[in-house]
Write a protein of this length. Structure first.
Length: 115
């Protein structure tokens, strides 16, 4: 089972940038397609970006052109570069496998974007 540890969140003004990291361990990293999810208060968790083992990427329309997902096989880590942040990007961000997330979630990392 993949173990997940997200980091890199924080408070940023609208238009700013953050880079999230997700360190993985416990299973062969290379076989999994990975994604970044987010959950805003009162809303369901949603998938915002995904990357497969060939490093092909997909994005939710709401973040396309602003967010970039990447992975480092040497470090067993997945990243989410977030640029041009908007207040509506405020949420707790999690990483997990895609298309079906594993039953275990990390603690997530809080991203707060002020207007």
């Amino acid at each position: 089972q993949v173990q997940l540890a997200e980091s890199g969140g924080g408070l940023v003004q609208a238009g700013g940038s953050l880079r999230l990291s997700c360190a993985t361990s416990g299973s062969p990293f290379t076989i999994y397609n990975m994604g970044w999810y987010r959950q805003a208060p009162g809303k369901q968790r949603e998938l915002v970006a995904a990357i497969d083992s060939a490093e092909r990427t997909t994005y939710a329309d709401s973040v396309k052109g602003r967010f970039t997902i990447s992975r480092d096989y040497a470090k067993n880590t997945v990243y989410l570069q977030m640029n041009s942040l908007k207040p509506e990007d405020t949420a707790v961000y999690y990483c997990n496998t895609v298309p079906t997330p594993g039953s275990h979630w990390g603690q997530g990392t809080q991203v707060t974007v002020s207007s």
